[in-house]
Design a protein around this ligand. Structure first.
Ligand code: FES
Ligand code: FE2
Length: 416
């Protein structure tokens, strides 16, 4: 249970708030690079700031104030040029550093027009593994961490986005919540398919451990032992707002205090014998979360998680909760945020930020599935494993995978 003031500290994300300032110190995934191929400008709202993301014709990414520095027209309705983005109202041209390059009428009438003071807000953007990451914090920006899976080869990758109408922190608490798998995905999942028993293997034992880039959680369920990778390796609640499950990442990126962009990145290595597979472009698609009657969609794994997140309210009221031993990880994670807020208030840099370009190149995280993703499996081995077999058959994480993405996947995997 938290006081209202402590709940605010964990959930408010605007500039100048403890959480908003902390999250701004880390690169945040905000879009798929492939989204900008047909329409090079995308309006985005991030941590309460209205911005436009764009790729200019010279291939540079920019993330600037949604409003033009001249008289605040909407830059999302401008156009991109060789260098920069131009406002459609009076033609001012701005580049990715926020500099104003042209003011057409002034440039015509005044031999030496000064553009000083007409800079607009601009944040750095970097592409990695098909994702676009933005950094909204104080400069110099730290290195963008290249997590090891981003360097894996011979795999099919896809990016799935979902607009989730609740605060990001309750989504992130789900990253350190092993017991919900048993109830939400197994028992409820079975009931949604017509089952009528709580037959999922029970959790018998949990362990949570902190490390530089977050926490691992480990578990033993009925039928498993401490030899199992679920206990020896576990899964990662990635600091500060991600989740890493061995073959995919999920991030809960705050749009504002009451909305979150769910960004998920998936990797499936092609079966042995299908190499070399080179994916030229990582597809990005948006998953719906409501059905035609306005009810939350419950058929897919992350859609089920979203039902839990939004069900807690726009901002979960943590003054009314009752934490128990299943929630030890949640308390650990909250306490780490509170400690980091204090450290930042004392002028220190929060943990897990990488300043060495060398160190950032390939960062390994605890991973239960490294060999299957690096060495690969034969088709026969895929077929023997119930989860992997399922992965080839259909995309189980989010509803709504577009047919063309499925086609590309089928072709990559050789599963006609
Ligand atoms: S408002 Fe953008 S150029 Fe005038
Ligand atoms: Fe889940």
């Amino acid at each position: 249970m938290l006081t209202p003031a402590r709940n605010d500290m964990l959930t408010r994300v605007g500039p100048g708030t403890p959480m908003g300032d902390l999250l701004r110190r880390y690169w945040q995934p905000i879009a798929g690079a492939s989204e900008l191929e047909t329409m090079p400008i995308k309006q985005v709202r991030l941590m309460g700031e209205d911005l436009v993301l764009y790729r200019d014709r010279g291939g540079r990414y920019g993330l600037i104030d949604r409003h033009c520095p001249h008289r605040r027209a909407d830059m999302a309705y401008g156009w991109v040029e060789e260098k920069g983005i131009r406002c459609s109202y009076h033609g001012w041209l701005v580049d990715e550093t926020g500099r104003c390059l042209e003011q057409p009428y002034e440039d015509t009438t005044n031999p030496k027009p000064s553009k000083a003071g007409c800079e607009t807000k601009a944040y750095p953007v970097k592409e990695c593994a098909g994702l676009l990451f933005a950094y909204l914090g104080p400069l110099p920006a730290p290195e963008l961490p290249v997590w090891e899976p981003f360097t894996w080869r011979n795999g099919f990758r896809e990016i799935v986005l979902a607009d989730v109408p609740c605060n990001f922190f309750q989504c992130q608490e789900n990253s350190i919540d092993p017991v919900h798998f048993e109830w939400m995905h197994d028992n409820w999942g079975s009931r949604l398919r017509g089952g009528d028993a709580n037959a999922a293997p029970k959790h018998l034992k949990l362990k949570f451990e902190a490390f530089e880039h977050g926490f691992t959680y480990k578990r033993v369920r009925e039928g498993q032992s401490e030899e199992d990778r679920y206990w020896t390796v576990g899964r990662v609640a990635l600091w500060p707002n991600g989740f890493y499950l061995g073959s995919h990442f999920e991030w809960r990126v705050p749009v504002d205090d009451e909305n979150t962009l769910s960004v998920a990145w998936f990797f499936v290595r092609v079966p042995k014998g299908r190499e070399p597979y080179v994916q030229e472009r990582v597809p990005t698609w948006k998953s719906p979360i409501r059905d035609e009657n306005g009810r939350w969609i419950t058929s897919h794994v992350i859609n089920q998680d979203i039902v839990a997140w939004v069900g807690q309210g726009r901002i979960a009221d943590r003054t009314k909760e009752h934490l128990r031993s299943s929630d030890i990880g949640i308390t650990l994670m909250r306490n780490r945020f509170f400690e980091e807020f204090e450290a930042m208030a004392a002028g220190k840099e929060p943990g897990g930020i990488i300043r060495s370009a060398n160190a950032a190149q390939c960062i390994a995280l605890p991973n239960m599935a490294r060999e299957i993703n690096t060495e690969g499996l034969t088709r026969a081995e895929f077929d023997k494993d119930p989860i992997l077999r399922q992965r080839l058959r259909e995309f189980r994480h989010h509803v709504g995978q577009p047919a063309e993405v499925r086609r590309e996947f089928v072709e990559a995997m050789g599963i006609a």
